[in-house]
Ligand binder design. Sequence first.
Ligand code: ADP
Ligand code: MG
Length: 239
Amino acid sequence: MQQPSSSPPPAVLHAARLVKRYGETIALDDVQLTVRRGESVAIMGASGSGKTTLLHVLAGIILPDAGDVRFAGRSGTVTVPELSDADRSRLRREEFGFVFQQGFLLPELTAAENVALPLLMNGEKKDAAGDRARAWLAALGLAGMADRRPGQLSGGQAQRVAIARAQATGASVTFADEPTGALDSITSEEVMTALLHSTTGQGRALVVVTHDEAVAARCARVVRMRDGRVHADSAAGTR
Ligand SMILES: Nc1ncnc2c1ncn2[C@@H]1O[C@H](COP(=O)(O)OP(=O)(O)O)[C@@H](O)[C@H]1O
Ligand SMILES: [Mg+2]
């Protein structure tokens, strides 16, 4: 019998037998992946190997042609591809955080307003949303930047604002697609520190697509894709 202390944390995401085709292209070819609470998983692989497609299927942005994605969230377990479009958008808004290569910050809003926006969309009161936005900015070392607009921030600062925005709603899983792809190596390291601190540091999961071995090395687990398949998983055999 395993002791409770040695049993792995529960799965937040469990994907099985995922298939996604675009015409003749098989972007995902029988992919299985389990992501546990508090785990950081890097997804690596050559361009075109299916990394972004996998991220989008896990997050309910696109639907697979076959297979399942189960998500264990705050209000129970759901099968993501079976949800309606509206329920999938709500899931993305309330349970998932997203960080992309480009921050996609709204240029006319301040950093604090950018971070508060998803909170307002989730029905939070303006003052509470503003306070939480500022607290997250401060937690990511951006206390003095709250009133700046994106054009007045460096690339690394803008990316940390995007991370604060992804975390402020209390996301249980954060999906990041090449979050450091546009940054130099030192800034990239700072952004990864912010990303890990605000996700796994809070018991939340992080799934990060990256080309950068230095970024992957910061994650607890590395999954490598080739031709739409997972061909290596550093966690294989350990669970
Ligand atoms: N919307 C799409 N329409 C057609 N083909 C697509 C689309 N998205 C991805 N693909 C194809 O699926 C494969 C996997 O793409 P993607 O998941 O973006 O790979 P990666 O993120 O690893 O570079 C590639 O061959 C790509 O050209
Ligand atoms: Mg991609």
